[in-house]
Design a protein around this ligand. Structure first.
Ligand code: 13P
Length: 261
């Protein structure tokens, strides 16, 4: 295996699915099916907030696994009914948080400015943020996919410290591919991931850009994971629907373990 400067990350975004009683059976099945941990490959779980502590406990025995929140507020505490802050997530033992998922941008008014503030709150709380970026179908059809994605990126992560860039990961999720069964072709994904890495090199440095994992998300399944993961700048997958079934998610993780080179 050649030396990769960044990990491969296979991540489960459970969205608004599952309750505490589902967690035990999920991990019993996942542990049976999943490959044993190996260097350079990480698996991450983003369950709904009420399940964070349960999942933290359920993955504690896996050296390759981490847990994260699906969102956080930009303030540490205050009169924000219904919200959850980055320090609250960190206090559960979780290490990660998603920032700017397209469902939050679309349904909950998440702006680039909010993503920027949330990302900084996450870093200040010691979490590793995974920034989600992606264009809509209209934007892609208008030839604006790249400019939209790179603008979301630069608005959220310019001027971070070196050590902060090292805790960052990016998920490229074209909105038209989420939950639709339509996947970006491996070529389209590679092209955008390469553009993202180029932008990261300008925002940070080429060395730091080479260390940042850029995941693909949008209808990733056992049947298409290997092709996507074979592309040099596709450093993993952020999986929605197929992460709810332990055998499917384990199979996607296996594709990362079997990735050539
Ligand atoms: P699907 O895998 O269900 O398309 O969801 C992708 C996603 O939004 C992951 O964050």
């Amino acid at each position: 295996m050649s030396e990769r400067p960044r990990p491969l990350v296979i991540a489960a975004n459970w969205k608004m699915h599952k309750t505490a009683e589902d967690v035990g059976p999920f991990f019993q099945a996942f542990d049976r099916e999943a490959p044993a941990p190996a260097g350079g490959i990480e698996v991450a779980f983003f369950p709904p907030f009420p399940l964070l502590s349960v999942v933290v406990g359920a993955v504690a025995h896996r050296a390759d696994a981490s847990t994260g929140g699906q969102d956080c507020h930009w303030e540490d505490e205050g009169p924000w009914t219904g919200e959850v802050s980055a320090p609250m997530i960190a206090a559960t033992g979780a290490e990660r948080v998603l920032i700017g998922h397209s469902e939050r941008r679309l349904h909950f008014g998440e702006t680039d400015e909010r993503c920027r503030r949330k990302l900084r709150a996450a870093l200040a709380a010691g979490l590793s943020p995974m920034l989600c970026v992606g264009e809509t179908l209209e934007e892609r059809d208008a030839g604006r996919a790249r400019s939209v994605v790179l603008s979301q990126l630069s608005k959220a992560i310019d001027d971070l410290a070196r050590a902060e860039y090292r805790r960052l990961s990016i998920a490229y999720e074209p909105v038209w591919a989420i939950g639709t069964g339509r996947t970006a072709s491996p070529e389209d994904a590679q092209e955008m991931h390469e553009a993202i890495r180029g932008a990261l090199a300008s925002l940070a440095t080429p060395e730091l850009a080479a260390e940042i994992a850029v995941l693909y998300g949008g209808s990733v399944k056992p049947g298409n994971a290997a092709d996507l993961l074979a592309r040099p700048d596709v450093d993993g997958a952020l999986v929605g629907g197929a992460s709810l079934a332990p055998a499917d998610f384990a199979s996607i993780l296996r594709a990362a373990h079997e990735r050539p080179g």
